[in-house]
Design a protein around this ligand. Structure first.
Ligand SMILES: [Zn+2]
Length: 87
């Protein structure tokens, strides 16, 4: 069950990123692991869709937007940090 809200045509998104993820201390990226994060204009909640680099399960969450951004995997509970968000 998805709790994130997908952008639809006409929605203004003030922030969007799609990045590969790695485990803590890992060099390079974990194959398949990613996080897609977007924030709608006028909102302070980040929508996150991800594949966890630790347990490789898919998940999605909504969380107050902040920089730097990190969240806990809903499956394994590991903290996933999103490095170096610009702007
Ligand atoms: Zn996980």
């Amino acid at each position: 069950m998805a709790i994130t809200r997908e952008p639809k045509e006409g929605d203004q998104v003030k922030y969007f990123t799609n990045r590969f993820l790695s485990k803590r201390g890992e060099k390079g990226y974990t194959p398949g692991a990613f996080a897609k994060i977007w924030v709608f204009e006028g909102e302070s909640v980040a929508n996150v869709k991800y594949k966890c680099p630790y347990c490789l399960k898919d998940g999605d969450i909504q969380q107050e937007w902040s920089r730097p951004f990190k969240f806990s995997c809903g499956n394994c509970g590991k903290v996933i940090k999103i490095p170096k968000l610009k702007k």
